[in-house]
Design a protein around this ligand. Structure first.
Ligand code: FE2
Length: 439
């Protein structure tokens, strides 16, 4: 990784890239002998027959096909959980009230990305291709000669502290806080920190792959624009004879094996299935320029639809810097309870509905039909604030919103970060109603 990395742009584009000129076959995918005697390998992220607009697949040209591997053995990492059942079995329960966590602490013992993953809450069922898991990663050492592959879902990484270098089969991404990385199901990768101890959030999506939301009356531009998603260019690791441990997430548990060589040996690839990164600073926000606070779905970056139209397996939503200008309007989010369940995190700054207790590196959980909204302090301030145009700056909150309720894990409930006084933030809301009878 010398010099600035190069990228190709466009969500779901038909990319074509070769690290060695001439390595990509022209005009066909599987010639009798591929250039440089590389092996052709197809990776499909959707069913072969998925509709064209949703179909994702890429052709990889590599030094050895990825089928060449020894037997896998179980790998113990008890803090990575998948699906509602595992979260329950870990000692998790489904409390009916709102939950909030202080920033999750970085480890003192040496841990890499794999061993430093901690599941905060999970829902759905891996085998049914439903739901997500909300994890945090807390690590302080590189994965070195290891690679991770997740057959159970794609991984959406939201760095909160420290830049990440992510080597993938298809090339290298560098991702900093404020940016996100989307790593397809079944594709190998390695995550290392560039700035020392690293903390961030992960959405492990067992459902339909994330895609850009439809824009409806917004039109053909706005929110996250397709061209701002960046894919890596082909880059193979020159470690032909260096052994590599492959850790595989498969069926809700981890396995590992040792390869005699680096699996990052793809010399050229083309197709629409690729790792991507996206800078949330490029998100074009939409809000009211008259009155009322629109539904937060206006902040959807990516969506994983379910079989029920409009009811997502998961929406990835951000609350970035933006102007508030609405007239005669309570400007923070209103009090509400929804069918959908909301796991939130904060990358930087403050969140306008919870200016104090919700801190970068922490999280909150408001499950379906659990009431929530601005804390007493935010309510009082917003109810009497002069309604001049106001810029919310230096802030980035996000939400993994799902139709399925999240089960907080034993780590979440007993790991030391749970804010047992969360509900107190609404305790100061007064009954100010004065009934006026007659004249
Ligand atoms: Fe909410």
């Amino acid at each position: 990784m010398n010099g600035p990395l190069r990228y190709q742009s466009g969500f779901g584009n038909e990319f074509a890239t070769e690290a060695v000129e001439g390595a990509l076959p022209r005009g066909r995918n599987s010639p009798q002998r591929a250039p440089f005697d590389l092996y052709a390998e197809l990776v499909s992220g959707t069913a072969f027959t998925a509709p064209r607009a949703e179909n994702r697949r890429s052709w990889l040209y590599r030094r050895r096909p990825s089928v060449v591997a020894a037997a896998y053995r179980p790998y113990e990492q008890p803090h990575w959980l998948s699906g509602a059942q595992q979260a329950m079995r870990s000692g998790g329960v489904l409390p009916p009230e709102p939950l909030r966590w202080a920033p999750f602490e970085l480890p003192s013992a040496p841990l890499d990305f794999v061993d430093g993953l901690r599941t905060v809450a999970a829902n759905g069922d891996v085998e049914m291709h439903t739901g997500i898991a909300a994890h945090v990663y807390l690590f302080n050492r590189p994965m070195a000669k290891r690679a991770l592959v997740n057959a159970d879902g794609e991984m959406l990484l939201v760095p909160q502290q420290g830049r990440l270098a992510i080597r993938t089969e298809l090339g290298v991404l560098e991702v900093k806080p404020g940016e996100i990385a989307l790593l397809p199901r079944g594709m190998l990768f390695r995550v290392d920190g560039l700035d020392g101890p690293s903390r961030g959030y992960v959405c492990e999506n067992h459902g339909a792959p994330f895609r850009l939301p439809e824009l409806g009356p917004i039109g053909s531009n706005g929110l996250a624009n397709a061209r701002d998603f960046l894919a890596p260019v082909a880059a193979y690791e020159d470690a032909a004879d260096v052994a590599c441990e492959v850790v595989k997430r498969f069926g809700g548990r981890l396995w590992h094996t040792t390869l005699a060589y680096s699996p990052f040996d793809v010399v050229a690839w083309h197709g629409s299935l690729s790792p991507l990164k996206y800078d949330t600073a490029n998100f074009m926000t939409i809000g009211s320029i008259s009155f009322d606070h629109p539904d937060p779905s206006i902040f959807t970056v990516l969506t994983s639809p379910s079989d029920t139209p409009g009811t997502a397996n998961c929406d990835f939503v951000i609350f970035p810097p933006r102007w508030l200008v609405a007239e005669d309007t309570f400007r923070p989010p209103w009090y509400h309870r929804n069918l959908m369940s909301e796991f939130m995190g904060l990358v930087l700054g403050r969140y306008d509905a919870k200016p104090e207790g919700f801190r970068p590196g922490g999280a909150s959980l408001h499950n379906g039909m659990v009431p929530h909204g601005p804390d007493a302090q935010a309510f009082e301030k917003a109810s009497s604030a002069p309604l001049a145009p106001h810029k919310l700056d230096d802030t980035l909150a996000f939400m993994f919103e799902s139709r399925y309720r999240f089960i907080p894990t034993a780590f979440a409930l007993h790991g030391g970060s749970l804010d047992s006084a969360y509900a107190d933030c609404w305790g100061g809301l007064q009954d100010k109603f004065v009934e006026r009878r007659g004249a």
